[in-house]
Design a protein around this ligand. Structure first.
Ligand SMILES: Nc1ncnc2c1ncn2[C@@H]1O[C@H](COP(=O)(O)OP(=O)(O)OP(=O)(O)O)[C@@H](O)[C@H]1O
Length: 294
């Protein structure tokens, strides 16, 4: 089912933490909720979860007022919420039962996920003694083992090494394939780009940019020529009167169109030995920095 939020507001004292926020997430869609630290993402999520009461506005699920009792919801919080002195299996069975599962079903699902995420060897270990990444996996299992319809993942990649991050990517892809309704909040823009069709970018409590990532990039109206050479390019680029930034070994030149980019590439090819060159849309990361920065 679809989640629809209309005109949500929340103050903390005089501070307007969420301002007239509207967003929607369709079934089978992953939507990115983005913003700098303090932008209002967690406050929004907490209102969806019913942990905070909004002052005005509505939250609906399938066109009806959202109720935690009626919606199967899986939430992976940014902060840890585990009992450090409890072992992994007992803890997951407990969380499953809190979500209405029988003890037997909870144990069965927990064991399935534990094996799937490759942490069977820690089954009887206290969770407090596990690494940060493995604790994150337990939280992920707790969020998903009851087969929720609405899934909210807040910084799901936190603490995961590249191998585990790839494993999680597979889990998220499965959730999308299983037609879950997914909200994905992360500062890792590459992950947002790979899973989300649409994003909402919040700044000081307000949505300042929203829409399909592809449309946002097109609307942006410029592209980048990325070039790597074995020799310094500063002088040549100055001669071409082109603005550029240097990122590591790569020079990045902003152009207003594909044609201008191709023209520039031809010129550069005649001037310097090129190791790597290409034209790209601005990344979501670049758009984030420009739109969410001060
Ligand atoms: N319980 C609270 N009391 C007072 N102010 C709060 C409370 N919760 C959040 N705030 C303030 O509201 C603003 C939004 O906070 P929020 O946690 O929603 O941001 P965020 O976008 O989730 O940030 P982050 O990316 O760091 O998690 C911040 O300025 C924060 O200090």
């Amino acid at each position: 089912m679809n989640l629809t939020i209309n005109d949500l507001n929340k103050h903390f004292g005089p501070y307007h933490a969420v301002k007239n926020l509207s967003l929607s997430v369709n079934q089978g869609e992953a939507v990115g909720l983005l913003g700098r630290n303090g932008a209002g993402k967690t406050t929004t999520i907490r209102m969806i979860l019913g942990l905070l009461q909004q002052e005005s506005g509505s939250i609906q699920w399938g066109g009806r007022p959202f109720s935690r009792k009626e919606v199967k919801l899986g939430y992976l919080p940014e902060e840890r919420g585990l009992y450090p002195k409890m072992n992994m299996l007992d803890q997951l069975v407990y969380f499953g039962q809190l979500e209405g599962m029988s003890k037997r079903a909870a144990k069965q699902e927990a064991l399935k996920w534990i094996e799937c995420l490759g942490i069977s060897e820690y089954l009887k270990k206290d969770t407090g003694d596990l690494s940060k990444g493995n604790q994150q996996k337990i939280q992920l299992i707790a969020a998903l083992m009851h087969d929720p319809d609405l899934v909210i993942l807040d910084e799901p990649f936190s603490g995961l090494d590249p191998v585990n991050a790839q494993m999680l990517e597979g889990v998220i892809e499965d959730l999308i394939r299983l037609k879950k309704t997914l909200i994905f909040s992360s500062h890792r823009m590459e992950s947002v780009e790979s899973f989300c069709d649409r994003v909402y970018l919040m700044k000081h409590g307000e949505v300042v940019l929203s829409g399909a990532i592809s449309d946002i990039k097109t609307r942006y109206g410029f592209k980048y020529v990325n070039i790597e050479s074995s020799q310094p390019l500063e002088e040549h680029l100055a001669g071409l009167q082109t603005d550029f930034v240097k990122k590591g070994k790569e020079y990045q030149l902003q152009v207003s169109s594909m044609e201008q980019g191709l023209h520039l590439i031809e010129k550069l090819k005649s001037l310097v030995a090129i190791r790597k060159i290409g034209i790209a849309d601005p990344s979501l990361n670049q758009i984030f920095i420009e739109k969410a920065g001060d």
